[in-house]
Design a protein around this ligand. Sequence first.
Ligand code: NAD
Length: 346
Amino acid sequence: MKILVTGGAGFIGSAVVRHAIAKGHSIVNLDSLTYAACIDNVASISGSPNYAFEQVDIRDRPALDAVFSTHAPDVVMHLAAESHVDRSIDGPGAFIETNITGTYNMLEAARAFWAANARPDSFRFHHISTDEVYGSLGETGQFTESTPYAPNSPYSASKAASDHLVRAWYETYNLPIVMTNCSNNYGPFHFPEKLVPVIILNALAGKPLPIYGNGANVRDWLYVEDHADALLTVLENGALGRTYNIGGENEATNLDIVKMICAILDKKHPGTAPYAEQITFVADRPGHDLRYAIDPSRIRDELGWRPSVTLQQGLEKTVDWYLANEPWWRALQSRDGVGKRLGKTV
Ligand code: NAD
């Protein structure tokens, strides 16, 4: 298949691009290269004859039409988004423009292209979203695909809005869509403003390891390469118009995650004292959801997909990757906002 991937220079999008090329697909990577992008994330495949890059903003509809007409993709995987909750608290406008208006532009450009090409049944618009649209769980329960939406942050509200648009384009215009909502990702090439890389890099630098609130917030952690594999599985075999939740079957509190990373670093890169001594509790994020957990039975039972690594295995691979790739993360640490506490204001 020729896949148009949006956001393919970001964390998850680049994993999708690398995985899809390895599986023999052709890729058109459309990305505007915001602060969160790193084109080196796809350096390993960028010389492939099956790869093309377009620096385009999804807020620019005419530019999207030109990409569709130049490349004539068989399917679309839409990942481009503003993705950091803390930045959405400080500056929600970019999240509304990219995540909502940008998704609307993508839907309209895809629909125009699909209609102009005899509406092939095989066309797919795969919208990649988050479990954060479902809001916060208490101590028990799991999100299913029919859990009502209740987003709590500007980020999750903008993603929820984009999900509603995608669903409406299926119901109203019969645009062939699939959707996925997945849990927190971690792994190689994770931008150094998110929890897992912040903890690894602050530990190595001898800096405090900041934990929001009391660290009791629970997330279901998914290794990014497993996510990329799940996305390709849904694209290839998912039922039309259907949503699939993707989880890692790995619930852990933020404090658990930080302690696990510290213990791995103590083994692989020992310091003068245990890294856990650097843990520091800081003011909580406003509207911080307590718990997310995914019921993965639909993707497991209908498509036979399960994650391949445990949380311990995935974190070990991640720590190994950061230890081996210092030039990659050093270059990103000077980008705007990295290393600063964001999203504290109410
Ligand atoms: P990311 O921030 O690492 O990458 C986003 C990419 O989109 C960047 O390369 C950026 O340049 C590009 N982009 C942003 N605005 C754009 C615009 N206006 N036009 C074109 N390109 C633009 O994000 P990520 O963590 O890789 O997330 C990818 C997708 O997966 C997002 O839709 C996100 O909501 C979703 N998601 C992420 C997670 C997670 O844990 N990271 C979990 C569930 C779902």
